[in-house]
Design a protein around this ligand. Structure first.
Ligand SMILES: NC(=O)C1=CN([C@@H]2O[C@H](COP(=O)(O)OP(=O)(O)OC[C@H]3O[C@@H](n4cnc5c(N)ncnc54)[C@H](OP(=O)(O)O)[C@@H]3O)[C@@H](O)[C@H]2O)C=CC1
Ligand SMILES: O=C(O)C1=N[C@H](C(=O)O)C[C@H](O)C1
Length: 245
């Protein structure tokens, strides 16, 4: 039995994680903590799962590492600077593992991998992410991660960012720029989590699309992360490294 504490336990993802962990024969929920609750309840936990808020997550990860608790983190907002801070805390706690994944859905991880593969062949690329209207951040962590992966793949292939002829635009009409890749965010009730990576070249386009229609889509990845993080000391970024894609 792996003893699991869930942070953000009353949220959309956290509540789903509590149910999924409870239903797993080899895992046990020992703490379900939300904002306003004390983290003392994590004393029994071997692994924490964090789905809270970008403003809260870093402090939670620091707490977990300092208390020798492994962490599986789905909350967004991880910059290179934040990841470096986590690496520093982990250096003082060898044996502790932290897995940070911008997206735990298998299809989203595959879409990112396929986009990396396509990137070196196409002149231009743009990303559209579509989410429910209760989402706190824009662009999504997944879109930002995808943009950086695609941009790196393009650089590795010696490609320059695609160009267009826009000379007049309303602010925001062409989206945000992440590592030279345009990212467009849509927020609508009814949506859950969706991403399109669009590639264009003379006379053709390629669209890679992933849809999470239910938060159940994230659960196999989260549970895999809980089982794996206990034997992966240090920082792992991205579920692709756990899935060995
Ligand atoms: N990696 C992935 O696969 C996925 C990542 N996410 C990410 O997970 C995060 C949460 O998303 P979602 O569940 O939709 O958000 P919700 O707002 O539904 O849930 C977040 C919960 O965390 C609580 N919370 C805030 N601060 C703390 C804290 N310091 N300690 C404990 N609990 C806290 C909130 O309480 P209160 O409302 O009172 O502030 C709320 O109940 C987001 O960053 C989202 O982008 C989402 C889906 C998949
Ligand atoms: O807030 C969400 O819902 C999601 N957040 C993550 C992100 O920002 O990429 C993962 C998924 O897109 C759902």
């Amino acid at each position: 039995m792996i003893r699991v504490g869930v942070l953000g336990a009353r949220g959309r993802m956290g509540a789903t994680v509590v149910n999924a962990v409870q239903a797993a024969p080899d895992l046990k929920v020992v703490a379900a903590i939300d904002s306003g609750d004390s983290r003392d309840g994590l004393a029994e936990a071997e692994v924490v799962v964090d789905f809270t808020h970008p403003d809260a997550v870093l402090d939670n990860v620091k707490y977990a590492v300092e208390h020798g608790i492994h962490a599986v983190v789905g909350t967004t907002g991880f910059t290179e600077e934040r990841l470096s801070a986590v690496r520093e805390w982990l250096a003082a706690k060898p044996g502790v593992g932290v897995l940070v994944a911008p997206n735990f859905a298998l299809g989203a991880v595959l879409a990112m991998r396929f986009a990396q593969q396509a990137a070196r062949f196409y002149e231009s690329v743009e990303i559209i992410e579509l989410h429910h209207n209760r989402k706190a951040d824009a662009p999504s962590g997944t879109a930002e991660h995808t943009a950086r992966l695609v941009a790196q793949a393009r650089r590795d292939a010696g490609r320059k960012p695609g160009t267009d002829a826009t000379t007049k635009e309303l602010d925001g009409a062409r989206g945000a720029v992440v590592d030279d890749v345009r990212v467009h965010s849509v927020r609508l009730p009814g949506l859950i989590a969706h991403e399109e990576i669009l590639f264009g070249a003379d006379g053709e386009t390629l669209t890679i699309r992933h849809d999470s229609m239910d938060r159940a889509s994230f659960m196999p990845g989260v549970l895999l992360g809980v089982r794996e993080v206990v034997r992966r000391p240090g920082l792992t970024v991205g579920l692709e490294n756990v899935l060995d894609l």
